[in-house]
Write a protein that binds this ligand. Structure first.
Ligand code: GLA
Length: 394
């Protein structure tokens, strides 16, 4: 397969589809990645998160397979790989390459939920960087979710689609993620942040002031060993809830522990669960304080909470790396920067920066330059636009 490097993923997906299957795709969908402004590592503690869908997406070109032929073919343009399989029943994940487990997992989750998952020919390409904390896998899942509902002629509410993607990732792929990434990719709103209660799944949008830019800075360090480190963080939170429930009967998650109660009972916890739980409890408090700040346009204070979040992820949750710390520190020295912190699971990837719009260009150039001087690594820094969620475009 020839990869045409300077094409946009939209054209790439459609062109590769045409080359591979000898016909134009019937449909095209896109599903964005996401960036999270505040509420990190709290979604699986029933907390509140504040992400936005970004203007980097997975594009999926697809057509239904003719009646009677149950053979599905998926082409992952970015991996220059393809896989064909009989989808009756959905194959075990061990029979698939790793990249194919995300789309096939979504079809599996559809069928588990009693929804039709029609067979398709598909080619997809993405400009969401992989392993960078911007949820490239959730964007693949949501793209395939929209494709399946299109072929089935159904209309699945966006939140249900997010839950199907999370089920695919938890129970088919085997990553114990929360709901934030799929939610943001499914429910994104142009120029808005989203505020989600991960327990009730109630959500609303928060406007992003016009004079602000969200700048994403990729350290170019890719995540390693994230799945096991992620799962042990999650386990430590569950351990903390179990131990604290002796003092605080009825708590179901760290969401139910106030900062004041945590301060009272922290000494009941061993060191590691104590540090992890303190991050979560304080982060939940930060999100609650951040909502009115954003509504009142107090970006200075909001940015301070982002900076505190980074310190907490570094010192208490221990998911930062020196390059993320360097990127956040440099950003804060630059004019126009209100707040800077690592975004997503951590262990590599990107920082998110809230920057005065009129200074965002200079900020981006200078951040990349100083980061290179300090680390000898090339960074990709870009001004991102909060975007609409996953949808059929053609
Ligand atoms: C990953 C997971 C999310 C969330 C973040 C950390 O992106 O997929 O569910 O837990 O890490 O906030």
């Amino acid at each position: 397969m020839d990869i045409i490097l300077d094409m946009y993923p939209k054209d790439l997906a459609a062109n590769v589809f045409h080359d591979r299957f000898g016909q134009s795709p019937k449909h095209l969908v896109l599903a964005p990645g996401r960036v999270n402004l505040l509420g990190e590592h709290v979604d699986y503690n029933d907390g509140w998160v504040m992400p936005a869908a970004i203007d980097r997406s997975t594009w999926l070109a697809f057509s239904p397979v003719e009646e009677g032929d149950g053979l599905a073919t998926l082409v992952a343009v970015d991996f220059a790989e393809q896989v064909s399989f009989n989808s009756e029943p959905i194959p075990a994940k061990t029979n698939l390459p790793e990249w194919a487990r995300y789309p096939v997992g979504v079809a599996w989750a559809f069928r588990q939920a009693g929804l039709p998952a029609p067979v398709m020919l598909a080619a997809y390409a993405s400009d969401v960087p992989r392993g960078a904390g911007l949820s490239s896998s959730a964007s693949v899942e949501m793209a395939f979710g929209v494709a399946l509902q299109t072929l089935a002629g159904q209309s699945i509410p966006a939140m249900q689609m997010a839950l199907l993607g999370q089920k695919a990732e938890n129970d088919y792929v085997g990553v114990n993620c929360g709901i934030m990434d799929q939610f943001a990719s499914a429910c994104g709103l142009r120029d808005h942040l989203l505020l989600l209660d991960c327990r009730s799944l109630a959500w609303r949008s928060l406007p992003l002031p016009d004079n602000l830019a969200i700048v994403i800075a990729d350290t170019s360090v890719r995540r390693k060993l994230t799945v096991s480190a992620y799962n042990t963080r999650r386990q430590a939170c569950e351990d903390a809830v179990r131990i604290l429930s002796a003092e605080l009967p009825g708590i179901r998650a760290l969401r139910d522990v106030s900062l004041e109660a945590f301060n009272r009972f922290e000494d009941k916890l061993p060191g590691e669960p104590a540090r992890r739980a303190r991050h979560v409890v304080e982060e939940l408090d930060r999100v609650q304080r951040a909502i009115p700040l954003l509504e009142q346009g107090d970006i200075q204070q909001f940015g301070r909470l982002m900076n505190e979040c980074h310190a907490s992820l570094r010192d208490l949750y221990e998911v930062s790396i020196p390059e993320l710390d360097a990127m956040a520190e440099i950003a804060r020295e630059l004019p126009g920067c209100y707040g800077a912190r690592l975004t997503g699971a951590g262990f590599g990837g990107c920082t998110v920066n809230l920057v005065a719009r009129e200074q965002a260009e200079t900020f981006s150039v200078e951040l990349a330059r100083r980061y290179q001087v300090r680390t000898n690594l090339a960074a990709e820094v870009y001004i991102c636009r909060a975007s609409d969620g996953a949808r059929l475009v053609d």
